[in-house]
Design a protein around this ligand. Structure first.
Ligand SMILES: Nc1nc2c(c(=O)[nH]1)N[C@H]1C(S)=C(S)[C@@H](COP(=O)(O)OP(=O)(O)OC[C@H]3O[C@@H](n4cnc5c(=O)[nH]c(N)nc54)[C@H](O)[C@@H]3O)O[C@H]1N2
Ligand SMILES: Nc1nc2c(c(=O)[nH]1)N[C@H]1C(S)=C(S)[C@@H](COP(=O)(O)OP(=O)(O)OC[C@H]3O[C@@H](n4cnc5c(=O)[nH]c(N)nc54)[C@H](O)[C@@H]3O)O[C@H]1N2
Ligand code: SF4
Ligand SMILES: [Mo]
Length: 683
């Protein structure tokens, strides 16, 4: 397909795994992207985008972008590949799939994907349909927000919070375990507007970071103790008669049980658990109990813990206690995907699975799956993800990827660390080259993206790859020989989700974005999708699942063999491991750094800027030390999922993190991680 060569400015959407899902404005000169800015007319983007995506053309035209399929010709882990044609690639993959299916069963094939591209067709569309039809092992995609989503759902019934555009009316903003300035910049813009109208912004975190610097106040907690902090606030609110009993009677169940539990969490006891002084807990409880509207932005960071589900479950009980759900700008938000949910059953077609009880593998336990699972995984098919860097317990993952009897295919835009272990590497289009539909897990707009450029080299989208592979394997034409537009029409089903009423492919084509619910959401209290239809402070479902039905603090489960907690979150300039191969962004992040409290550094005799070794039983990583008061004593923080570079001694932080699953949703526990810190020459 060729387009006329003209200079033009067109609309696009940001495809990355970021809550903001911005509307973009892209200028092309003679078909080449020359500028990317925020769409000034998009109601949430309002012309502003992050520095990463302003530089997105560096990624699209990166000299190392994969442009044709390749086959491995050297040992796994090396970088020796030869160019092959798509025909050869398809032939080899299809033949392997067929022989594995015949000899071992289709469940010896495991897809591994996440949200490198958030477009519904390319992340959870044709790919899912393909693997269902094939009968491959199912992947539990629980690496990101699974524990917190389940915890929040026990209280509120689904990923349902307030419309972020309403947060401009808030008077008290709690940013809880969320690095808002780096990870949700448009919520920062909305909070700034609220602040101009007198709102106070409080950041609760284990790390004094960019968001703490921007907030009015910072509350420093120990990792994994936030449920205790929330219960301490509830203690103060209930003790001082600040609970909104009329709201609770009408819209919640289990207040009595919660009050009994909160009575146990005196500020003194909570201080001992959280490290937050009792006086500060008193003050925070009273401020929250007396300010309305108040809003809590619950982040993803605090649920990457052993007790992450219960932490989110507990915090999400707070707004009901003071009746905030009944006030414009009041309430909470962990994720909002419930409003714009598409008809996944129609597009993914789980009904095609030959064996509905086929095994499910946790993406958080890829290392164990590749090394220990019986019968073994014989083919791994990776797309939209970079497990050699992002998955926990990386040394186990790599040992698995090195297995000589494992055939690995990776589809990506770049030769990632995962590609290095792959037998076949396939080139992926960037989202600019694809037709797709985007929803946000934070704001409420659905956006259609039409391609703004032709595919580069021989790149193919995930949609095209799985469609062509399906046809090659002889799968039903009526299910697989379909267009992107057809699948988008199937996804937009207002019978499945009434908030999609009036949102059609044609309307989206005309308007680019449309708001779920037409911008007229009913009060949350009238639509709470819990079993009781009320906010569940006591949860029968949790009891049935073997979980404590009322909020409670429980300690992290990592044994205390090593002295420090290590929290390894994302950084400002990358998105997970995406962008980590772009020079200008790398320069901004400098190098992986380890933040340590000055008292700990003094006790160990370390100097600022020194290179140290961080280790535990899972692995070891070297980093540069940053000494100060950004972290509490006994806690360490490092940011960024960097690619490995052996030449300069850069190692990936997931060598240290556990495969253990969280209390809910099979979530990941990246941050419940203990380590020791040694001099480079120490063993
Ligand atoms: N710039 C940038 N933006 C991103 C991403 C990125 O990599 N870079 N990733 C995207 C993705 S996939 C996601 S899931 C989101 C994640 O974005 P966020 O929701 O902000 O989550 P994190 O940055 O993982 O962690 C948030 C904060 O939690 C803190 N934290 C860790 N443990 C605890 C704890 O026990 N208690 C408390 N109170 N705080 C704790 C961390 O120090 C961190 O500041 O961001 C998305 N946006
Ligand atoms: N230690 C630690 N580990 C973490 C986290 C943490 O905070 N700390 N965060 C976790 C979280 S919250 C998440 S969400 C995961 C994220 O893990 P991943 O989803 O694996 O995220 P990325 O590292 O961005 O990798 C996405 C890959 O998809 C590729 N890609 C982009 N678009 C396309 C496309 O259209 N087609 C194909 N085939 N490929 C494409 C990109 O080039 C990139 O290599 O990481 C988790 N890992
Ligand atoms: S990464 Fe997030 S903030 Fe940046 S342009 Fe994309 S959606 Fe917007
Ligand atoms: Mo994530």
């Amino acid at each position: 397909m060729s387009r006329p060569v003209v200079n033009r400015t067109v609309r696009s959407v940001c495809p990355f795994d970021c809550p903001d899902t911005c509307g973009l404005s892209v200028t092309l000169e003679e078909g080449k992207i020359t500028q990317i800015t925020g769409d000034t007319e998009h109601p949430v983007t309002r012309g502003a985008i992050c520095n990463k995506v302003r530089q997105l053309s560096d990624r699209v035209y990166h000299p190392e972008r994969l442009l044709y399929p390749m086959r491995r010709i050297g040992p796994k882990g090396d970088l020796s590949f030869e160019r092959i044609t798509w025909e050869e690639a398809y032939e080899e993959i299809a033949a392997r799939m067929q022989s594995i299916k015949t000899e071992h069963g289709a469940d010896a094939i495991l897809p591994y994907s996440f949200y490198g591209n958030m477009g519904v067709l390319n992340a959870e569309g044709m790919d899912r349909r393909f693997f269902h039809r094939l009968g491959a092992s199912q992947l539990d995609r629980s690496i990101c927000n699974a524990a917190g989503a389940e915890g929040y759902t026990y209280t509120m019934g689904g990923s349902i919070g307030i419309d972020p555009e309403d947060t401009v009316h808030t008077k008290l903003f709690l940013i809880w375990g969320c690095n808002l300035v780096s990870t949700n910049m448009h919520q920062t813009m909305l909070a700034t507007e609220a602040r101009r109208n007198g709102a106070t912004v409080i950041h609760i975190d284990v790390h004094r970071n960019r968001t703490s610097a921007w907030a009015d106040r910072f509350i420093h907690v120990k990792p994994g103790t936030d449920a205790a902090l929330a219960l301490g606030m509830m203690h103060v609110i209930i003790r001082d008669g600040l609970a909104h009993t009329a709201f609770l009677e009408q819209h919640a169940i289990g207040y009595k049980e919660l009050a009994l539990q909160a009575a146990e969490y005196t500020p003194e006891r909570v201080e001992a658990i959280t490290g937050v002084p009792a006086a500060e807990i008193e003050e925070l409880g009273r401020l929250y109990g007396t300010t309305s509207p108040s809003f809590i932005r619950i982040g993803n960071g605090l649920q990457h813990h052993d007790n992450g589900g219960m932490i989110v479950r507990t915090i999400s009980c707070l707004p009901a206690l003071t009746g905030q759900w009944g006030v414009r700008g009041g309430g909470a938000m962990k994720g909002n995907s419930w409003y714009s949910r598409l008809n996944g059953l129609k597009i993914e077609r789980p009904d095609l699975l030959p064996d509905p009880d086929v095994r499910t593998v946790s993406m958080n336990q890829l290392g164990d799956a590749l090394l220990d699972l019986a019968p073994p995984v014989r083919m791994l098919f990776v797309y939209n993800s970079n497990p050699a860097i992002v998955a926990p317990d990386q040394n186990r993952v790599r040992e698995g990827l090195l297995r000589s009897d494992l055939f690995t295919v990776t589809h990506d835009l770049f030769l990632t660390d995962t590609c290095k272990y792959s037998d076949i590497v396939l080139p992926a289009t960037s989202h600019f080259e694809n037709l797709d539909l985007y929803t946000s897990y934070w704001h409420l707009y659905l956006q259609l993206h039409e391609p703004i450029m032709d595919p580069m080299g021989e790149c193919k989208s995930n949609f095209t790859l799985f469609k062509e592979l399906a046809l090659r394997l002889g799968f039903e034409q009526e299910l697989f020989d379909i267009s992107e537009e057809q699948m988008i029409r199937e996804a937009l089903d207002s019978e499945h989700n009434p908030f999609l009423k009036g949102i059609t492919f044609d309307e989206l084509q005309a308007k680019t974005w449309m708001k779920a619910g037409g911008g007229l959401l009913p009060p949350i209290t009238s639509i709470i999708p819990t079993p009781s239809g009320k906010i569940e402070l006591f949860s029968e479902s949790m009891l049935k699942a073997g979980l404590p039905p009322v909020p409670v603090h429980s300690p992290l489960r990592e044994p205390d063999t090593y002295p420090f907690w290590l929290v390894t979150g994302p950084n400002h300039s990358f998105i997970n491991s995406t962008f980590a191969n772009q020079e200008r962004l790398q320069k901004l992040e400098k190098k992986p750094q380890l933040h340590m409290h000055a008292d700990d550094a003094a006790a160990l005799g370390f100097d600022d800027g020194e290179r140290v070794k961080i280790r535990n039983d899972r692995g070891a990583v070297e980093m540069t030390l940053r000494i100060g008061n950004d972290v509490l004593p006994g806690v360490l923080v490092t940011q960024g999922l960097w690619w490995e570079d052996h030449q300069i001694g850069r190692q990936a932080v997931n060598a240290l993190t556990p495969q253990r699953l969280a209390d809910m949703g099979g979530g990941a526990t990246f941050f419940s991680n203990r380590v020791e810190v040694l001099r480079i020459d120490q063993n």
